[in-house]
Design a protein around this ligand. Structure first.
Ligand code: GLA
Length: 382
């Protein structure tokens, strides 16, 4: 967590609103493996990171509320009783959505002011949106004594994303951001919403992210499309979610769906198994196996689920040419953002330099490299 971020929002809050705020930090996340499985009631393997959103927040006697996105120098006043979604793509939908979903649970809040700022690069696939939603709901719960549990809060954040932002996301991002544990990744069962923490120490290997710095614009609608394909196939199979399907079940209805959709459902079934196998590989300290599962995940995301893009495929392709990278794949919803790489510590810098040069030559733009630490979830900063 960056102390500068916290200081920035605190100082700005005091200058603007002339009163002391409470301070909340809510992290972004990585995901080791288990992509597009969360909304299929499956398994994911995320971890909160040391980048996120810092928020300064306090009640006000004023008859309006104010939200201030410090990064964008954008401020908006709003009335708690007449909330509706702003135009698509506006940052305030994350704030409005959380407030509206709190109200939908018949919880009463008064006016408040919030100043927030983040250091998760937008579009990087590290869930700056979940971090923002969680910081708002966590701060409001604290200020107005709403008595919400952390589990209540992540579902409020998720609904805000569904109903105000328009992305029918699963629960992985909000869970990881809220419940993150320092130095641990969480094997989360997205049906029971129970997670098993795994202390991550890959000894002479580490995780490294490379951001393509692209986000292709169709990603939100493609995401919702994928989700509805999965739901339709579950209905055909007469099961609650693809988590309950086997490859054999899927074969039985192959003639009722398109080959493209067959591959998508097959990907989900296989990816779910990979997430479980990855947890076993981590328990056994078998990094070669973990790495090949990660490469296989990318292969499925690229060819079966079709949520990758040239930039991501290029970076994973480079990783495959280097024997010190045990695994690499796109991370998050897809169509841009980061790759996650499992790489030998001694080789990380030189591979990062090599990949950056090659990427620049190929796409005439820069990629960015991040070394992350696994961190604590959403919390108050004293
Ligand atoms: C986005 C969503 C998550 C999850 C991932 C893909 O990050 O917000 O719920 O579905 O994509 O694994």
């Amino acid at each position: 967590m960056s102390a500068t971020l916290i200081n920035d929002v605190k100082t700005e809050f005091i200058n603007t609103f002339k009163t002391e705020p409470i301070l909340v930090f809510s992290p972004g996340r990585i995901n080791i493996i288990g992509e597009h499985t969360d909304y299929n009631d499956g398994f994911v393997f995320p971890a909160a990171v040391d980048k996120g959103i810092a928020a300064a927040i306090q009640k006000t006697d004023s008859d309006v509320s104010t939200a201030y996105a410090l990064d964008m120098d954008s401020k908006i006043e709003f009335n708690l009783n007449t909330l509706k979604p702003s135009k698509e793509g506006s940052w305030e939908n994350y704030v409005f959505g959380v407030v509206a979903e709190i109200q939908n649970k018949n919880k009463v809040i008064g006016n408040f002011n919030i100043v927030f700022k983040g250091d998760i690069p937008s579009g990087s696939g590290m869930s700056s949106s979940a971090a923002l939603e969680n910081s708002v709901v966590f701060g409001l719960n604290e200020l107005f004594g709403l008595g919400l549990s952390k589990e209540d809060m992540i579902f409020i954040s998720q609904k805000a994303e569904h109903n105000y932002v328009g992305v029918k996301c699963g629960i992985m991002d909000q869970y990881a951001s809220m419940f993150g544990i320092k130095n641990n990744a969480l094997l989360l069962d997205c049906r029971s919403i129970e997670a098993k923490p795994y202390e991550i120490d890959f000894k002479d290997h580490q995780l490294m992210l490379i951001n393509t710095n692209v986000k292709h614009s169709l990603s939100d609608s493609a995401y919702n499309d994928r989700r509805s394909v999965c739901e339709n196939i579950s209905e055909l199979l007469d099961i609650k979610a693809l988590r309950d399907a086997t490859e054999v079940d899927l074969q039985k209805i192959a003639n009722k769906i398109t080959p493209e959709n067959y591959q998508k459902a097959l990907f989900v079934i296989q990816e779910n198994k990979r997430a479980l196998k990855a947890s076993k590989a981590i328990e056994d300290n078998n990094l070669e196996t973990l790495g090949s599962l990660i490469y296989a995940s990318h292969n499925g995301l690229q060819h079966q689920y079709k949520v990758s893009c040239d930039e991501l495929d290029f970076l994973v392709g480079l990783a495959k040419t280097n024997k010190h990278v045990l695994g690499a794949r796109m991370m998050g919803g897809g169509f841009g953002g980061c790759t996650i790489n499992l790489i030998a510590k001694t080789e990380a810098k030189s591979f990062a330099d090599f990949a950056s040069d090659e990427y620049k030559n190929r796409f005439d733009k820069a990629c960015s490299v991040y070394f992350i630490e696994l961190s604590q979830g959403t919390h108050l900063v004293e």
